[in-house]
Design a binder for this molecule. Structure first.
Ligand code: C2O
Length: 347
C-alpha cells in the first residue's frame, strides 16, 4: 500500500550503507526495554523556556549551554541522553538507517520533504529538556544563532573558543568570527568578494526570497509530501535548501574533509554543538513564516500523523507525531525577538 504517514520503528534501524559513510558508522539508538510511550504535552504550569539569540544572550546564558554540552558529553555512550547518542539521532534519520515500516526497501529520511521542520522541532525539544534536566534547570532554553539579522551574521564567539565544549575542530577555519556568513554560499567553495555591507544586503535579500516571495504555500516552504511507501527526498522547501543547507556546508570544512564533516554531512552534523543553535534558528523561522509571512501549514493527515521516536529526559522512549509539535506554546517554549530586517528586503 502506498500512502499514509511515515512511521518510525527502532526495530527497522540498521547500519547505514553507502559510499558517503565511514565503514564503521553505526548510529541506531540503544534498544528500549519496553514499548515506546505516546508523547504527552508538558504541564502548562511549567516555566516557559525562552530561546535567546546567541549574539545578545550574554556570557552567563551561553555558559549554561556550554555546561549542558559538557554534561551530555560526560554521560556514558550507552545513555540515550549522552551527546554521542544525541548526535546519532540525526545520523539515524538522515542516512537511510531507518527503513520504512512495511517497506524495508525504502528509507525514512527527514530531509528534502515536508518532514523537515517538524522532525527538527521535536529533536530540539527533547535535546533541550535533556539539557535542562542535566543542568537541574527546568527553564533552560537553547540559544539560537540568528544568522538572518546583521548582528547575528557571524559565528557566535563561544563556538570559536578552542577550549570550549562548544568547539568543533572540523570547521572551515576561514569562517571563524569575524567572518560574515554567506547565506548564498556556493557549494564549490569559491568565496565571494563582497564587502561586509554588500554581504549583509545580499543575505537579507536571500532571506526575503526564501521566506516570503518564494514561499507562499506550505509545499514551497515545507517541502513536498512524503508518504509511506514512497521514495524519500521528494523535494525540499525553500529555507531547507537555502540558507539551511548552505549554512551546514559553510560551517563544515569541505577543504579538508570530503563530505564537509562535521556540519556539512548529515551523518555527522549533530556532533557539532553549533548544530542545535543553527536549528533553533531554523525552527524560529517556521514560526515567523506562520506569523509574519502568513504561511499556513499542511492539514493532510499523512503529515499530521507521521511520527518519530526520541528518548526523553528520563530516558523513556517516546513516540511523537507532527501534530504534537505544531504549537510552541503548548510545548512550553518561545523565542526572544530579534527583528525581521529582511521582511521588506526586496532586491
Ligand atoms: Cu537535519 Cu540541519 O539538518
Amino acid at each position: 500500500r502506498v500512502g499514509g504517514p511515515i512511521v518510525t520503528d527502532l526495530l527497522q534501524c540498521r547500519k547505514p550503507e553507502g559510499p558517503d559513510f565511514p565503514e564503521d558508522l553505526q548510529c541506531c539508538p540503544p534498544m528500549p526495554t519496553s514499548e515506546p510511550i505516546d508523547f504527552t504535552l508538558p504541564d502548562p504550569s511549567e516555566p516557559l523556556r525562552t530561546r535567546r539569540p546567541a549574539h545578545v544572550a550574554g556570557a552567563e546564558y551561553m555558559a549554561k549551554y556550554e555546561r549542558a554540552i559538557a554534561l551530555m558529553k560526560a554521560l556514558p555512550r550507552s545513555d540515550p541522553r549522552s551527546f554521542y547518542q544525541q548526535a546519532n539521532i540525526h545520523c539515524a534519520y538522515c542516512t537511510g538507517a531507518y527503513r520504512q515500516v512495511g517497506h524495508p526497501e525504502l528509507a525514512v529520511q527527514v530531509h528534502f520533504s515536508w518532514l523537515f521542520f517538524p522532525f527538527h522541532r521535536a529533536y530540539l525539544y527533547f535535546f533541550e529538556r535533556i539539557a535542562g534536566k542535566l543542568l537541574g534547570d527546568p527553564g533552560f532554553a537553547v540559544p539560537f544563532w540568528s544568522w538572518d539579522v546583521p548582528e547575528g551574521m557571524r559565528m557566535p564567539l563561544q563556538f570559536a573558543n578552542a577550549s570550549s565544549p562548544l568547539y568543533d575542530q572540523m570547521r572551515n577555519p576561514w569562517h571563524a568570527p569575524p567572518k560574515l556568513v554567506d547565506l548564498d554560499y556556493a557549494m564549490d567553495v569559491v568565496e565571494n568578494n563582497y564587502t561586509d555591507d554588500e554581504q549583509i544586503k545580499h543575505n537579507l535579500w536571500i532571506m526575503y526570497k526564501q521566506m516570503i516571495s518564494s514561499a507562499p504555500l506550505a509545499s514551497l516552504f515545507h517541502g513536498q509530501p512524503f508518504r509511506a511507501g514512497e521514495a524519500s527526498k521528494p523535494g525540499a522547501g525553500t529555507v531547507e535548501l537555502q540558507p539551511h543547507n548552505l549554512m551546514h556546508v559553510w560551517v563544515g570544512d569541505l577543504l579538508s574533509y570530503p563530505n564537509a564533516e562535521d556540519m556539512g554531512a548529515y551523518y555527522a552534523a549533530g556532533r557539532d554543538p553549533i548544530f542545535y543553535t543553527h536549528h533553533a534558528n531554523i525552527d524560529r523561522l517556521w514560526d515567523v513564516w506562520r506569523s509574519n509571512g502568513k504561511g499556513e501549514d499542511f492539514t493532510d493527515p499523512d503529515w499530521l500523523d507521521s511520527s518519530f521516536l526520541f528518548y526523553d529526559e528520563e530516558a523513556r522512549l517516546v513516540r511523537i507525531t507532527v501534530r504534537d509539535v505544531l504549537d510552541m506554546d503548548k510545548l512550553r517554549y518561545t523565542y526572544r525577538g530579534v527583528g525581521l530586517p529582511w521582511l521588506d528586503a526586496r532586491p
